[in-house]
Design a protein around this ligand. Structure first.
Ligand code: ZN
Length: 158
């Protein structure tokens, strides 16, 4: 017998490595998970070699690198379905819109993180993937149109 998990999500394979996926519908505004970790002074956090830092304010940062911080598996998206709120020194992740089972849960990591860690190798979120696919399709269509035009020209020659 399978025991139903209380958590409405699971860790799974994502386009960007591992990710967190909804296993049950999550209503807009509903609490999903806490970003759990050790609280550090920002100046001490700056010394750490980890990407799993969540800056709370101008003084404090959470080091979310421990594996039991499940929220660290949540990937970045430029079109997020979740958001983070800092409430009394804790980072709460809530649904920004209705999330369906199977959807990957993602929030916007913010400009600084994006520019430092994501931009250099390209963003792999759904929004950016769709934009890339669209650009590729448009390029292909253009190339084909050019080829067609050339052919027509050639055909008209005596
Ligand atoms: Zn993106």
């Amino acid at each position: 017998m399978r025991i139903a998990s209380r958590r409405p999500f699971r860790i799974g394979r994502s386009k960007a490595g591992l990710g967190l996926f909804a296993t049950r519908p999550i209503k807009k505004g509903a609490f999903i998970i806490k970003y759990w970790g050790r609280k550090l002074r920002n100046k001490d956090a700056d010394e750490l070699e980890t990407k799993y830092l969540f800056e709370l304010n101008s003084r404090w940062t959470i080091d979310g690198s421990p594996r039991r911080n499940i929220a660290r598996y949540i990937n970045h998206s430029c079109r997020p379905n979740a958001e983070t709120d800092v409430v009394k020194g804790e980072v709460l992740i809530t649904a920004y819109r209705n999330i369906q089972p199977g959807d990957e849960i993602a929030y916007d990591y913010g400009k600084d993180y994006f520019n430092t860690f994501i931009k250099p190798h390209g963003c792999r979120c759904m929004k950016c993937k769709e934009a890339k696919a669209k650009a590729r399709a448009e390029k292909t269509a253009k190339t084909k149109a050019t080829r067609r035009r050339k052919k027509t020209k050639r055909a008209k020659r005596p």
